[in-house]
Design a protein around this ligand. Structure first.
Ligand code: UDP
Length: 481
């Protein structure tokens, strides 16, 4: 059977931070490039917002969304198993059901687009003669590290890991030891092996899509496409197609947005640590005091404290948090009732960041949150917790100049209230905050241009679409021959 419209299959790994950009990519392929799209989702705990997102994608954008049967890796992990390893295991477990789903299709899709954790599915793409793409839902600097990692020599590794020297990535900004991605600091370990495997497999793709835009990371993107620099290892064209973020839905009304309606312009700091970030009880108390003492307005998405695990809700975003007030300093809610709002567990982040009363974002620096801040022109305070967030923090603060950084010193177990207080003031009412606000508003307008018809990110995805069309034509020609 011959088909005219290119059909792409997208594979999303567990977690809202992975699913959201994949859905946004699917929407753009459908609405701007005439594709039909099937999104395969590997899910663990399907939270309310996740299922809402999937429902919306199907009804409003004609995306076919297939939830693969839930995977169970509980027998293979213990408390020490890293998130990266767990994601790799889950994606591996999902391969047989992905393969069955694709083989059950009358005509296999022309392309398979996986995220960083799904590269083992390239074998399935090859079996069904599909184009293979990887979509990095983080930034180009992290992609650069990932494709460079398998080429790091012993001396380089020793200098970085043991002598704490910056890690050089050809053509890119080096990574300071204190900002390094954790697996890099633990070579000869299972997590590092998984990470190296991903780096190697990414380089075998027909193309690498990345959720960034040219103006945000010009140097790194140039290095990735330069055969004398990273192009040697990346070995596939790199396409900046972002920033792809869930847009604010018009007409959404809820308690937080109504409260924001009553606050002055750019006067409120939004505090949230992504889908997975958690703080200890002591740190939660310090944050509460810091916000109160800053005398600034705030909206705080509060999670129950968890000791010794800063990523405790990565795979289990739940919606309830009944007794959250017990974890706050005595009288905090009363004293801040006129200036602050505490939201348990989860809030409509994009709608909040899009509200004119928001003047800053205190965030863990997850890449989706960072891009959401950029597209809404909101400067940040970054407080990295896990994954590649320290690199993101360095990039947002030092390379791009739109954020302040909160750093936990090795000698401390918490970031103190006085530091939080000072940073919040600096961002909302200080001169530095003003400069960051101007900078991020400029980035916002560049981002809009990049995504609009004829812009850099628009054209990048159009090139991917063109390659898929050529591949489809050649498939149809062969079928007709
Ligand atoms: N998010 C949200 N409400 C919340 C917390 C998070 O809508 O209360 C969304 C946020 O808008 C972002 C995603 O969850 O799109 C988190 O992704 P990010 O990459 O920032 O962090 P991760 O959760 O992957 O660490």
């Amino acid at each position: 059977m011959q088909t005219r419209k290119p059909h792409a299959a997208l594979l999303a790994s567990p977690g809202m931070g992975h699913l959201t950009p994949v859905v946004e990519l699917g929407k753009r392929l459908v609405s701007h490039h005439g594709f039909s799209v099937t999104i395969f989702v590997v899910a663990t705990d399907t939270s309310l917002s996740q299922s809402q997102l999937l429902k919306l994608s199907q009804t409003s954008y004609h995306l076919e969304v297939v939830l693969l049967p839930p995977v169970d890796i509980s027998g293979q992990i213990d408390q020490t198993t890293s998130i990266l390893t767990q994601l790799a295991m889950m994606m591996r477990e999902a391969l047989p059901s992905l393969r069955s789903a694709i083989s059950a299709m009358t005509v296999p899709p022309v392309a398979l687009i996986v995220d960083m954790f799904g590269t083992e599915a390239f074998a399935i793409a090859e079996e069904f003669m599909m184009q293979k793409y990887v979509f990095i839902t983080s930034n180009a600097w992290f992609l650069a590290l990932t494709v460079h990692a398998p080429a790091i020599g012993k001396k380089e590794e020793d200098d970085h890991v043991n002598n704490q020297k910056p890690l050089v990535i050809p053509g890119c900004k080096p990574i300071c030891f204190v900002d390094s991605f954790e697996p890099i600091l633990k070579p000869n370990n299972q997590v590092y092996e998984q990470y190296l495997r991903m780096g190697t497999e990414i380089s075998t793709a027909d193309g690498i899509l990345v959720n960034t835009f040219q103006e945000l990371e010009p140097q790194t993107l140039a290095a990735l496409n330069d055969k004398k620099k990273l192009g040697l290892v990346a070995n596939a064209p790199v396409y900046p197609i972002g920033p792809l973020v869930r847009p604010a839905e018009p007409g959404v009304r809820n308690e937080v947005l109504s409260w924001l309606d009553m606050q002055p312009k750019e006067s409120v700091i939004y505090v949230s640590f992504g889908s997975g970030g958690t703080l200890s009880a002591k740190q939660t108390t310090e944050l509460a005091w810091g916000l109160e003492k800053s005398l600034q307005r705030f909206v705080w998405v509060l999670r129950l404290p968890v000791e010794n695990d800063s990523a405790a809700t990565v795979f289990k975003t739940s919606n309830g948090c009944a007794d959250y007030a017990n974890y706050l300093p005595d009288g905090f809610l009363n004293r801040t009732s006129k200036t602050g709002l505490v939201v348990p567990m989860w809030a409509p982040q994009t709608e909040i960041l899009n509200h004119p009363s928001i003047g800053g974002f205190l965030s863990h620096g997850g890449w989706n949150s960072s891009l959401e801040s950029i597209v809404n022109g909101v400067p940040m305070i970054v407080w990295p917790l896990y994954a590649e967030q320290k690199m993101n923090a360095a990039m947002l603060a030092e390379h791009i100049g739109m954020a302040l950084r909160l750093k936990l010193l090795p000698s401390e177990d918490v970031i103190e209230r006085s530091e939080i207080e000072a940073m919040v003031r600096k961002l909302l009412v200080g001169k530095e905050g003003e400069a960051f606000r101007a900078r991020v508003k400029m980035l916002k307008s560049w981002a809009e241009k990049a995504l609009s018809n004829g812009g850099g990110s628009y054209n990048s995805l159009a090139n991917v679409a063109k390659d898929c069309e050529i591949s489809l034509q050649s498939r149809n020609t062969k079928a007709g021959a």
